[in-house]
Design a protein around this ligand. Structure first.
Ligand code: F6R
Length: 365
């Protein structure tokens, strides 16, 4: 049931504060502001030397964000692969290390095959899945469910942000277990997570601005998305979302890669979406934006109030997100990224919930 929404995707975007809140409540003790995983993990994070993450599409991009979190909070090296590459490359892995599989449906053929490979190699397997009765959930040693509820729109939205919430909690738990994070660090990070649902609600209030921008994006043939740090995988997700539902060609790049190739594409016809909360690398991203502006490129900057004030670039539209803890910005910036893809697709008149050639669950490779 679409409630009062025109598409399931719109409904699912708007449900995010609620379902991300449910997922948060599963992994965080709200009263003490500590991580509290409902099941005891069958491994010790101190014995893990490397984490391998394998998943497909949007789920793999949630894994790519989580790489930054595990590396920062727990000083644990992480490799992220699309599941089809992980399985056929027969990646060398270490017995007793941790492999994480992320899937909304829990039935994706390549992700399941990657899970079976990791198991056969003697790795600990942990699944972040939305369907608790799925094959991937059944075959994994540990299951951390995402509580997104059924996702009907083919383009993943609420499952993605619930995956992020679950992985954020796990990364903080890993940092705590490995003694990288103190009690105070944990409390601060958990506090940042507790704020997310409210901040997502605030992000949703920008829908009208984004709807107007979408009319412009819909006239483009190509769109570039740029970001640094955790905003880089989100840039990849923005490009994936736009192409799959609006059929407009889009690419995501690490902002630092701009001058290594994609800058050749920039002209007046190419909008560049820059995802850049005000953080340590913001100034670097501003210089990338100046390079785009100097070539007549049009910029859509997703940032916060401080970023909007500091960015001095011509021909720019800003979407101002709420101020928040720098660690978890992808959860909130996912909202304008999804809304931009959604409204562009609506302008294009595509079948938003059932884009051509795509299936909700890819059970063949
Ligand atoms: C993109 C999208 C796909 C899925 C991918 C994995 O919006 O929905 O890229 O994320 O097919 O599916 P699951 O998560 O079911 O394994």
């Amino acid at each position: 049931d679409k409630a009062n929404y025109r598409h399931f995707m719109a409904k699912e975007i708007h449900e995010q504060p609620e379902v991300v809140g449910h997922t948060l409540a599963r992994y965080v003790d709200m009263a003490s502001e500590r991580i509290s995983l409902p099941t005891e993990l069958p491994f010790d994070f101190n014995d893990v030397q490397r984490i391998s993450i394998a998943a497909c599409g949007t789920a793999s991009l949630a894994g790519f964000v989580a790489k930054y979190w595990f590396e920062r909070f727990a000083r644990l090296p992480v490799e992220v692969d699309v599941a089809s590459e992980f399985r056929y490359r027969e990646a060398p892995v270490r017995k007793g290390d941790l492999a994480i599989f992320i899937s909304q449906s829990g039935e994706t053929a390549d992700t399941l095959a990657a899970l079976r490979y990791a198991k056969a190699e003697g790795m600990h397997t942990l699944a972040v899945v939305n369907v608790p009765t799925s094959t991937i959930a059944r075959e994994s040693e540990t299951v951390m469910p995402t509580l997104a509820g059924p996702e009907i729109g083919v383009a993943s939205t609420k499952a993605f942000t619930c995956q992020l919430m679950t992985l954020a909690a796990l990364a903080v738990a890993a940092g705590k277990a490995r003694g990288v994070l103190s009690d105070a660090d944990e409390a601060k990070l958990v506090h940042g997570l507790v704020e997310i649902p409210r901040l997502m609600t605030e992000a949703l209030t920008h829908e009208h601005e984004i709807e107007k921008l979408a009319r412009d994006i819909a006239k483009s043939k190509d769109v570039l998305y740029l970001g640094r740090g955790t905003s880089y995988p989100l840039a990849l997700e923005g490009a994936l979302k736009l192409k799959e539902i609006s059929y407009i060609h889009a690419e995501g790049y690490a902002a630092g890669e701009l001058k290594h190739g994609p800058i050749a594409l920039i002209d007046e016809t190419m909008p560049v979406v820059v995802i850049a909360p005000y953080d340590k690398v913001f100034d670097k991203t501003v210089s990338n934006m100046q390079e785009v502006a100097a070539r007549g490129g049009r910029i859509i900057l997703m940032t916060d109030a401080k970023g909007a004030e500091e960015a001095t670039v011509d021909s720019m539209v800003t979407i101002v997100m709420p101020d928040m803890s720098a660690a978890f910005t992808p959860l909130v910036y996912a909202v304008p990224v999804q809304l931009l893809a959604y409204h562009t697709a609506v302008v294009m008149g595509t079948d938003v919930d059932q884009p051509r050639n795509l299936a909700k669950s890819v059970t063949v490779e």
